[in-house]
Design a binder for this molecule. Sequence first.
Ligand code: OXD
Ligand code: MN
Length: 595
Amino acid sequence: MKSGSRNEKLNTWVKEVADLCRPDSITWCDGSKAEYGRMMALMLERGMAVPLKKRPNSFLFRTDPSDVARVEDRTYISTRSQEEAGPTNNWVHPDELKKTMRGLYQGCMKGRTMYVIPFSMGPIGSPIAKIGVELTDSPYVVCNMHIMTRVSAKVLDVLGEKGEFIPCLHSIGAPLAPGQKDALWPCAPIEKKYISHFPEENLIWSYGSGYGGNALLGKKCLALRIASNMARHEGWMAEHMLILRLTSPEGKRYHIAAAFPSACGKTNLAMMQPSIKGWKCECIGDDIAWMKVRGDNRLHAINPEAGFFGVAPGTSYGTNPMAMDTLKKDVIFTNCALTDDGDVWWEGMTDDSPAHAIDWKGRDWTPASKDDAAHANARFTAPASQCPIICPDWENPEGVAIDIFIFGGRRSSVVPLVTEAYSWDHGVFMGATAASETTSANIGAVGNLRRDPFAMKPFCGYHMGDYFTHWFTMGDTLGAKAPKIFYVNWFRKSPEGRFLWPGFSDNSRMLKWMCQRVDGKIGAKETPIGLMPKEGDLDLSGLDISSGNMKALMNVDLKEWKAEVPDIEKHFALFGSRLPERLKKQLEEFRKRLG
Ligand code: OXD
Ligand code: MN
């Protein structure tokens, strides 16, 4: 593509960054297949990419062992006052953070090419879409951005001379001296990684990591952290939610948006094949929803992304056949194992493990090896359009009108399979108190229970107390047209540590109950924690599950729930004077119901 654009602000910024980072050359990207091919050829030549014999146009990458997940500890919301970033975000004053990062950026692209990637989150030109431009020195990022966002010269046409864009600066932080041999996965050490957001200027600066949400800046950085802040000012919502369409046997459509923390099954639910007869699921998105109130006063959602950056381990024809079919060609795999016949493999992909493979660190692996063959946060990057059940409306700029919100997380105990909120305010309380056991999607301990409000703890770009208030404001705007809110937990375990619920396609049973509740076709019983299905109302036809397991899954133990209260109080205390009165009232009512 030719260099430069008609947009003065963009041209000036590109020049300023080039003067600071000193790349050897600058390439403006056009998002074409030819460009993708050139980038891959370059990475093949450098030995970074491994072509897969079994999957056309698909490649495996292995990262540096230190660069395998998002780095929440090194992620900053940098506002002039710390109060604005709130208690759930890391904060450094913008002057100080920029000074530190300018020091790191100084000459950081020497020996490399800087790519200028114009991209659109949401269909190009749609009134809901936002334009970003990522500057990066990583060809891996260019290829992933091709899949995950809409990269095109057309974006620059839409931008025109005066259009607004969100500048996203990224460097892997590994300059090359003349003649220096490049690493297979160049990156900076952990203490030099910074994933920084300046929401007061709608600006993103990322340094030192080449992986996932740290580096593909359209995803978590733009579409969640910066967009959530824009959304509260502009009266819309940017949420960590999958979007799906469920169609009943009578042909009635329901649109569901569900917020679960990272690596808690959003991709699996978004592509579910219902086990209940006659119901159909279509996928609209698996990670992010942007939602606006439209002329019908309903909340309409779009998926701002164009691809899936999904967790590979555990994905199989048993758990998510539609994802497996999405991955047949044109995929980038990262940190999966390589089989001897030139395919990828990961734990949980097949019943039998391969007798031999190369693990994600490039070492020989056999089933006797003590380490896993694939990293627990190994990922696939695949075009959404390849999903066999992608919804025909997935790129409709009008979005789809949401009927149901679901919150949830991984809880091996306490939380039952499904609960309905008594009201919007009670639903906000459920979202605000959501808790989940941590996963490998972030660098850090796995399996620790933490409050992750609305699955947005790592992604809310402003004070979380104000974010709760925004949810109440949106509820007031929507009034009777607000989606109904539910809470689910697919992960409850027996005392012996076995999952009680089969999950996956059987999760459709709870979705059916929710749809029946939306239509007012079915009752519910009142419990202290919310409304729950009455005996016999959940469709369990054809499911082999013991009544003991069902009882355990639906059990509400008042002692256990009372024990949650002090932790909720501690969690709420974090937000100080910004905790909405309406949440305090909900907590009071919850306490009263518990008796
Ligand atoms: C993701 C995440 O990659 O949440 O979607 O970590
Ligand atoms: Mn996510």
